[in-house]
Structures are given as C-alpha cells and as structure tokens.
Design a protein around this ligand. Structure first.
Ligand code: ADP
Ligand code: MG
Length: 451
C-alpha cells in the first residue's frame, strides 16, 4: 500500500526534476510510515536527509497532496540499504568508489546497469576550464554524432582529472537521446579478463559482446599494454567496429605514442582519430569545482574557504572532491560551520600528523607483506627480481614518507652501500611516472601505511 503510493509520488517527481537529480536523490527512497503523526520517508544517508529537508520538502508535500495525502509533518530518516546490495554495487562500479561523494551517490544510485554507465556522470555537472575544454568539446561532438567525427576519440591524462567522467557523460548522453543505442563502457582490465576467460574456458559470446555495440568506451587502456594476445583481439574488435562506423572512445594515462608496450598497429589505429589530453585545472577552475560540488550538497562555502581548498589541493580533482567531502562530513558531524578554520584544521592536521604515524619498520613490513614476501627476504642480499622491486619500493617510501638519508635507508634494508639506495629511489621515482602498475602499487602501500 505504502509502496504503491510512493511509487506514484516518485513517478510524478521523476517527470519534474532532472534525471541526475532524480537518480541521485529520489531513486532509493521509501515511504516508511503514513499515520496521523505524519509521514516518514527513508533516505539512504545524511546528505540526502539534509537535501530533502532543505530543498525537496515542499515538492514532496505537493506531490503527496496530489495523491490524496495531506499532511503538515513530513520527516526524513536515514536508513542504510542492506549491506549485500552495497557491496555488490561497490564491486561492480569500480570507478564509483574513489571518493567519498562518489561512494555516497553510489549508495543512492541503482545497481550499475549492464552497459557500465553510471548516471551520476553528466556533461551538466562537469566544470569546464582551459585544462579540459578541448576534451569536453570533442566529447560533446561525439555524443551528438557518434561514429561520425573523431573516431576513435582518445582521451589521456593523469589520474583523477575527469577522463572517466567525460567518457561516461558521452555514454549517458547518447543513451538519453536514443534509448535504443547500444553503449558499452568497460575498463580495459575487464576486456582483458573477459578475453582470457573466453580462451581458457572456451566461452562463447566474447566477440558478440564487444562487436555488437554502437559505442564502445574503453577506460584505462594502459592495462592492455604489454598483453599481446589481448591487444591483437582488441585490434580486431577495433577494426570491426570502425568499419561499420561505430564510435570508439578510449582513455589512457598517456598518449598512444608514449605507451611503450602498445603494438605498432594499435598505436597507429589510435592515431587515426583525435587524441586530446586533460590537464590539471587551474586555480579558477578548481574554485568553480569546489563551489559546484558544495552547491550540490546545498552548502554555500565562503570564498576564502573555497580558495583555501583550491590552493591546497592541486594534485587532482578526485582529491579535491575528497577533501571537500571530508570537510562537509566533519562539519556536519560536529555541528560546526565548514569554514576556513575547520578546513585548515582538517587539511593541516592530515599533513602534520602523517610522519608521526609511520616508522621505517612499518614501511618495510607493509611493503614486504604487500608483495607477499618475508621481511627478512626484503632485507637480505638476495637479488631475485620478485624481491628487488619491492626492496626498491621500500627504499623509495622510506625516502618519500620519512625523508631518511640515503645511508640510513641503505642500513634499514641491510645494505652497506648508500649508492644502491640512491639508485633505487631514482628508479622508482622514474617508474612512477612511466609505469601505471608501479604507481598503483606504491599508492596502495601508501594507503595501507596510513590506514
Ligand atoms: P580519471 O578517470 O581521469 O581518473 P575521474 O573522471 O574519475 O578521473 O574524476 C575524478 C573525480 O573528479 C570524479 O568524481 C569526477 O566526477 C570529478 N571531476 C573530474 N573533473 C571534473 C570536472 N571538470 N568537473 C566536475 N567534476 C570533475
Ligand atoms: Mg578513470
């Protein structure tokens, strides 16, 4: 009974708000009770609760009234979705768990559809600045006329700069304009995995899945590099799609010519279309992003707070978003204003407290554990490759996290000669720039250090 009433309320609301608003705020709500004391609506988290109280309350009341429920008292209560559902969503949508806000909205969005698109990524909520306007324009052109211009469209740039967001926005826009369009978004890792499984278990359907689409979006192409058989398969998929004027969109951390283990023929295919880079946004754009994201949570930050965040977080948008969410969540929890002093306290604290929490012993142990080798092996004279790289990474972390001197680093790892330490640190510094896997591994260990 509640169910049906609420479905009809939602149906009406869906028609009057944007799709993004509906998906983000209304989709996972429920009518919990309807009595003389009023109406209680369950929402998935505290951000949604606030949003409903401040922004959507009148609208909800109006639509309820149209459906024959007249009440003055509407209250909103947080009710988590059941855990199983959450885990499944998180696993399915790998790119949707990278920042707190994403995690929040992935709790609210429906489970990821088969096409891999997440409705939270749209052109409308993408802030354009000089660092990404070319990419944005090209993506819009592709969304308007898939398969016609810029085929393939190749986006490249560092992590957290909006590649996934833009590619997903293209997919969402195409599906919105033409619900029958077959769009498939996947990470190249999924492609690799699918391909290997299709060979190993002689599974059918691999070609169909990838070749019967109108738009194929492959994210993080760098994972395919070096895997020759998979590249060959991708080459054929590419040709099949391209010949029938199907749109292909690819992203990677580097331009095609700088992916060292990409086969020559794939590289040249990628250069047929358009390759565009996305860079770190400038200060003004970073401010605009902070403003837009806080407005989405219905919070207006002072200009100095916005500037403080934009000034202090220059690495990438994902971290900027993370810092903002941390600030908003903290302020909400403590009941304080998310102003510059709260921001300073939080961001300054994170920085100051870091070195106090790790020791060289922890760095060495956690690195060894990450690579599943023993601590005494990493400190031993052994030169096996599966030990050497972890050892070099441990040295690199001792330098980057604790700023130890090279002789000290050498001693920590049982080395007499400090030039080994210098060499190792330099090697990993370089590898981080060139090798996505090393970069990921270092990031993972670093995360574990401060977990
Ligand atoms: P990448 O795929 O390049 O690593 P993402 O697309 O995952 O980066 O972006 C990281 C986060 O930053 C996402 O939550 C995304 O929505 C957000 N983001 C990136 N660029 C912008 C932008 N220009 N405007 C708004 N949000 C952005
Ligand atoms: Mg991405």
């Amino acid at each position: 009974m509640h169910q049906a009433l609420w479905q009809s309320v939602l149906g009406e609301i869906e028609l009057s708000v944007s799709r993004a608003t509906y998906m983000t705020w209304f989709k996972n709500t429920e009518l919990l009770s309807n009595s003389d004391d009023g109406i209680v609506i369950a929402v998935p988290n505290i951000f949604a609760k606030r949003q409903f109280e401040v922004k959507f309350n009148d609208q909800v009341r109006d639509v309820l009234k149209k459906n024959g429920i007249v009440t003055e008292r509407i209250s909103y209560t947080v009710k988590m979705l059941n855990k199983k559902v959450i885990t499944r969503e998180v696993v399915q949508s790998e790119q949707a768990i990278t920042s707190p806000s994403v995690a929040t909205s992935s709790l609210m969005a429906s489970p990821m559809p088969i096409n891999g698109l997440n409705p939270r990524y749209t052109f409308a909520n993408f802030i354009v600045g000089s660092s990404n306007d070319l990419a944005y324009t090209a993506c819009q052109a592709v969304a308007a006329n898939p398969g016609v211009k810029y085929n393939p469209l190749f986006l490249y740039g560092g992590v957290g700069l909006g590649k996934t967001h833009l590619m997903q926005a293209v997919g969402n826009e195409i599906v919105t304009n033409n619900p029958g369009a077959k769009v498939l978004y996947i990470s190249s890792e999924t492609f690799v995995k699918d391909f290997l499984e299709s060979i190993r278990f002689k599974k059918k359907g691999f070609s169909d899945k990838y070749r019967n689409v109108d738009v194929l979006i492959i994210d993080d192409m760098q994972f395919i590099a070096g895997k020759e058989k998979t590249q060959e398969e991708f080459f054929h998929t590419f040709n099949a799609l391209h010949q029938s004027n199907k749109q292909i969109i690819i992203s990677s951390d580097k331009p095609p010519r700088s992916i060292p283990t990409l086969t020559e023929r794939l590289r040249s295919r990628f250069e047929w279309g358009m390759a565009i880079d996305i860079q770190m946004p400038d200060f003004e754009t970073r401010c605009a992003i902070v403003e837009a994201k806080s407005a989405q949570s219905n919070i207006e930050l002072s200009r100095e707070t916005v500037e403080y965040l934009a000034n202090n977080i220059k690495t990438n948008i994902r971290e900027l978003e993370g810092a903002l969410n941390q600030l908003l969540a903290y302020a909400e929890m403590r009941g304080v204003t998310p102003d510059i002093s709260t921001a300073e306290g939080l961001i300054g604290n994170v920085r100051r407290s870091r070195p106090q929490y790790v020791t060289s012993k922890q760095i060495i142990e956690k690195t060894a554990r990450h690579f599943q080798i023993k601590t005494d092996e990493i400190c031993s004279p052994k030169r096996d490759k599966h030990i050497v790289t972890p050892r070099q990474i441990a040295m690199y972390l001792l330098r980057s996290e604790l700023h130890l001197s090279f002789p000290k680093i050498a001693t920590e790892l049982g080395r007499k000669d400090h030039t080994t330490a210098i060499h190792s640190v330099e090697k990993i510094e370089k590898a981080i720039k060139l090798d996505f896997l090393i970069r990921e591994q270092v990031a993972e260990i670093r995360e574990k250090l401060y977990a």
